[in-house]
Design a protein around this ligand. Structure first.
Ligand code: SAM
Length: 419
């Protein structure tokens, strides 16, 4: 009975609490339940990487892991940094194995996961072009906001937000457009419904009550509120860390670590404090940088680590847990920031951050993180509803501010289906 109650809840919210430490998440359901009223995020487009390309993916994974195994057979002594990384991994491993075991035991959930791609029935009819594969969407010329924002004409590009106003008496509806600069400008969808917007003949979906500021890091100071009461209670950051992946390099530009020291985290923090959630890779050099330099400079002490465990449609891990450079998990480091010049104690009523949380989901496109905001709401200081911001965002959420050089990336109409 408990399971089926949880399943009903999952089908509505996209979140399945397997137990107090382990949560399975269907990002598409999470987004559709809280961010969209007129459109729906398409399951088949979101999950294309692990469903449509499964055979291709399998052969790619098996040949590359064969190659890796061949390499790994050579006797190899870990250097000091690798030993520290391995130690972290060994510490996390029992928890991650337990989470995976518990997932494999939740049969009703597993059955549901295997059908996620085609959930929603006619889901494969994406808004702009009918039924098609993500690969063809990728091939299609997408707007590169990174390029667009870097040319001299960037300040001239507008976004038109198309509102629909329904006349209840006549039953008719009227279209209204608001045209504002697309770059270096806080663009707000003031309506509580999702609306369509257009830049250079490409269409995007803006969730109700969402806003974005599309700019380079150089302009991030424009987001600092004049009054700390208008600061943020939740700051989620997914920086473009440098790593060797050629795929990453072709998808978005990366920045050296020292650039993140200049992020104005304290100035963005609300008077009552903020929970800071930082996505990190498993590189030891990066973890040391965050713990020894970045968090201390931001005034954040790491209080908890949430793990994101990545699985395929059949519930198996996307890579072997022990694969050194390709772990099937990433970490979200969490801590509180008190804001510039403030020493406010966090209220005693604040729920203590839970340790040992594992969020399990099937990954979407490369580097796209699951929408963890909902799981963090219980830990936020300050007034409700909390003010939330994502830095280096590629998508928008209802009630949030998204900042980055391409916050509309996953808002393109082809990621959606009509409700
Ligand atoms: N959290 C995102 C998601 O789930 O899809 C992924 C963020 S990705 C790791 C980092 C983002 O930072 C990319 O969109 C990249 O274009 C952006 N970025 C890189 N350099 C930037 C810069 N100088 N200013 C602003 N954004 C930048």
């Amino acid at each position: 009975y408990e399971k089926s109650k949880e399943m009903i809840n999952f089908l509505e919210s996209g979140v399945y609490r397997i137990d107090s430490n382990f949560t399975f998440m269907d990002p598409v359901r999470v987004l559709n339940s809280s961010d969209y009223t007129q459109f729906r995020v398409s399951h088949s487009v979101y999950y294309n990487r692990f469903f449509e390309c499964e055979d291709k993916e399998k052969s790619r994974v098996s040949t590359s892991s064969r190659k890796r195994k061949r390499k790994e057979r050579k006797p190899y002594t870990l250097n000091e940094r690798e030993r520290s990384a391995d130690q972290r991994h060994q510490e996390a491993k029992p928890l991650l194995l337990k989470a995976h075991e518990v997932l494999l035991g939740a049969k009703d959930l597993l059955h549901c996961i295997s059908n996620l791609k085609c959930d929603g029935g006619n889901d494969d009819t994406s808004c702009s072009n009918g039924s098609r594969e993500l690969s063809s969407i990728e091939d299609e010329k997408k707007q590169s906001f990174v390029e667009l924002g870097s040319v001299w004409q960037a300040p001239l590009y507008d976004i038109s937000i198309n509102y629909r106003v329904d006349n209840k008496t006549t039953g008719s509806s009227l279209g209204l457009s608001r045209v504002v600069p697309a770059f270096n400008n806080l663009v707000i969808n003031e309506s509580c419904d999702d609306v369509e917007a257009e830049i250079l003949n490409k269409r995007y979906v803006l969730p109700g009550d969402s806003c974005f500021y599309m700019s380079d890091l150089k302009q991030i100071h424009d987001l600092i509120p004049a009054d700390t009461d208008n600061g943020f209670n939740l700051i989620v950051i997914d920086p473009p860390w440098e790593n060797g992946s050629a795929r990453q390099k072709s998808l978005y530009p990366t920045l050296p670590n020292r650039y993140f020291l200049s992020l104005p985290i304290k100035q963005l923090t609300h008077t009552k404090g903020a929970l800071v959630a930082l996505w990190v890779t498993n590189k030891e050099k990066l973890r040391t940088f965050v713990e020894k330099e970045l968090f201390p400079l931001w005034g954040v002490s790491c209080l908890a680590i949430f793990y994101w465990l990545k699985v395929k449609a059949d519930g198996s891990l996307i890579n072997e847990l022990d694969l050194f450079h390709h772990r099937p998990y990433e970490c979200l480091l969490l801590g509180y920031c008190h804001g510039e010049g403030m020493n406010t104690e966090l209220p005693a009523t604040l729920n203590p951050l839970k340790e040992n949380q594992v969020i399990i989901s099937i990954p979407g496109e490369y580097s796209r993180k699951p929408p963890v905001g909902k799981l963090l709401m219980d830990y936020l200081p300050g007034p409700k509803p909390a003010r939330c911001i994502e830095l280096f965002a590629r998508e928008l959420f209802s009630g949030w501010t998204s900042w980055g050089n391409e916050p509309l990336h996953f808002q393109e109409l082809s990621y959606f289906v009509n409700k």
